[in-house]
Design a binder for this molecule. Structure first.
Ligand code: GLN
Length: 605
């Protein structure tokens, strides 16, 4: 097993996760099997308790792990399935050491950060790196480890120490350190400044780690003399200094690395030059280039809690993007804060209210994503009602499906107080109820999490067709509430169709309105399994319906399409591709450091 460690310096928000995923991708394109580990030095055991509006979405894995959103980048770029242990946090490491201490495993020794915590980190990395994640047997060839945070952070110190020891233990030729840093350009003189990178490399060396490769974020390609200076002060050869300048979409990042021969530099450090081939990125390249050329728009209104952090719904945005690129459309996401659609806002702030409704009405499709808590529920119900009555394509995910059922019960069955017991525990018409898989009295550990099976009830429905007429599908879940099974018959008699259920038939997984152009609600989160080139079936349905192309998509033979499961995203073509050595083909409108790899719409690919 060979290891590539990716660290970050100078500032956070450099796009380290995307860089690490792209490194994994080019190594995979060279024919190697790649896995990855993300280290988050925070104290939380996992991301499950963290607010998506502060930290970005909670990404859910097949095994039910609630993890950092960077694991989503790895799964999407490398087309792999990770486990919860692929996300290491300080909380997990300390918990395992403290558990061992309580069991008496340390035989009376004083338990300390060095060596006990640092040993636990190394053992964890070694153990998890061996888990196959690509559907093949046996361990991968290379494990990409991303260390979250910035060099110098107090909380990452035990990890740096552990990884320093680890690099020494696995030995030269088995460990490659890539340091992602920033080379700012001062607008007054237009000069690329190397000092911040020099300082952060010095910090890294002071902690016992020497970088093999520098990946420098900058607005433009590094001048040769700037590279020479960095090389001299950081002791990294000039050919091992890569520039990651601003590009029009993040799919260009692996191509930037490839064009600057980053794969050769990495393979050389890892002694893999003789076993790896030239990177085959033809399909990837076509998609990155196609994306830049798309101009026909499809507008999707995302009706959720919106606090300015688009990462809160990262996988949903990615899934929409995969589907729109597959349909040859340029995605425009209109963020509609659910609260702004409510009558309260009309009274207090009519301009905001009108703006929100205008956005919703201008959309080609409406998406109500998952969520917790009752803020904005009324607005989501109004948006869903609008989509149902005006025959606008609609996709409701998790809470979005529950909202669709509540709205139907209120408007069509006339049950005015129909509600979820999450929002009104005393409702007389509980159409969504607390239905955990475990205890019904304890909230802790009662979430239905991870991959669960859905069986189609009828094959003549849009969702079954979109999934390629399979009899069942496996998708990821994260919820506690469910459609009340006692109300299903009543709802079905009035036209709502529960086209997918779990094995017991008690949990409603998919709901559809058969006589609507596209009205689908799902209890699961299909966004987590969407991949570039293999869009999630239901997102494809939404985008196709929003562009008036659903009929032709439904007629296609989905078995021969790369949807859902299936192999690989890379072909073996040898087409020559455009190189980007001399500057970005299209610069983002906003060149700020926090906005790296974002395109002009503010939608990150
Ligand atoms: N709050 C709802 C539940 O717990 C929906 C959760 C979600 O959308 N992820 O069932």
């Amino acid at each position: 097993m060979k290891y590539v460690l990716v660290t970050g310096g100078v500032v956070s928000g450099l796009g380290k996760g995307v860089t690490a995923s792209s490194i994994g991708l080019i190594l995979k394109a060279c024919g190697l099997r790649v896995t990855s580990i993300k280290i988050d030095p925070y104290l939380n055991t996992d991301a499950g308790t963290m607010s998506p509006f502060e930290h970005g979405e909670v990404y859910v894995l097949d095994d039910g792990g609630e993890v950092d959103l960077d694991l989503g980048n790895y799964e999407r770029f490398l087309d792999i399935k990770l486990t919860r242990d692929n996300n290491i946090t300080t909380g997990k490491i300390y918990q395992s050491v403290i558990d061992k201490e309580r069991r008496g495993d340390y035989l009376g020794k004083t338990v300390q950060v060095v060596p006990h915590i640092t040993d636990a980190i190394q053992e964890w990395v070694e153990r998890v790196a061996k888990i196959p994640v690509d559907g093949e047997e046996g361990p991968a060839d290379v494990c990409v480890i991303e260390l979250g945070g910035t060099i110098g952070d107090i909380e990452s110190m035990p990890f740096i120490e552990a990884l320093g020891q680890f690099s020494y233990r696995v030995g030269a030729g088995n460990f490659c350190l890539i340091h992602v840093s920033l080379v700012p350009v001062l607008s007054v003189v237009g000069e690329q400044k190397t000092k911040p990178t020099q300082h952060s490399v010095r910090g890294l060396r002071g902690l016992g780690l020497a970088p093999n490769i520098l990946a420098c974020r900058s607005t433009t390609a590094l001048d040769e003399n700037v590279k020479a200076k960095l090389s001299q002060f950081c002791h990294v050869s000039a050919e091992n200094i890569i520039t990651l300048y601003d590009v029009s979409n993040i799919w260009h990042i692996p191509l930037l690395l490839r064009d600057q021969k980053a794969h050769e530099a990495i393979l050389k450090v890892l002694n893999l030059l003789s076993v790896a081939g030239e990177p085959c990125l033809e399909e990837w390249t076509s998609r990155a280039e196609l994306y830049d050329m798309l101009h026909e728009r499809v507008r999707i209104a995302m009706v959720g809690k919106y606090t300015g952090l688009s990462d809160s719904y990262l996988s949903v945005i990615k899934a929409l993007l995969h589907a729109s690129v597959a349909q040859g459309k340029k995605l425009i996401v209109d963020w509609v804060p659910a609260c702004d659609l409510e009558p309260e806002t009309a009274k207090e702030n009519p301009d905001v209210y009108n703006a929100a409704w205008n956005l919703l009405k201008a959309a080609d499709g409406v998406l109500v994503p998952g969520g917790f808590g009752d803020r904005g529920v009324q607005g989501k119900i109004l948006a869903t009602k609008y989509a149902r009555e005006n025959r606008i394509p609609f996709l409701g995910i998790c809470l979005g499906m529950q909202i669709a059922v509540i709205e139907f019960a209120r408007s069509v069955l006339g049950l005015k107080d129909a509600n979820s017991t999450e929002f009104d525990p005393n409702t007389k018409n509980p159409c969504v109820i607390f239905m955990p898989e475990g205890s019904t009295t304890h909230m802790g550990g009662t979430m239905r999490l991870g991959s669960r099976r859905t069986y189609f009830q009828v094959m003549d429905c849009k969702s079954a067709k979109l999934y390629g007429n399979r009899s069942f599908i496996d998708e990821r879940h994260r919820h506690r509430y469910e459609v009340n099974p006692n109300m299903v018959m009543h709802l079905e008699n009035s036209g709502l169709s529960f086209t997918g259920k779990d094995a017991s038939g008690q949990r409603m997984e998919i709901v559809e309105l058969p006589n609507h152009p596209y009205f689908v609600g799902v209890q699961f989160h299909p966004e987590f399994k969407s991949r570039p080139g293999k869009p999630s079936a239901l997102f494809l349905g939404l985008i196709a319906a929003a562009c008036g192309q659903l009929d032709s998509v439904l007629k296609e033979d989905r078995f021969s399409q790369k949807i859902g499961t299936g192999k690989g995203g890379m072909s073996n073509g040898t087409k020559m591709v455009k190189t980007y050595q001399n500057g970005s083909p299209t610069k983002p409108a906003n060149g700020s450091f926090d906005d790296v790899y974002r395109n002009c719409n503010g939608v990150q690919v």
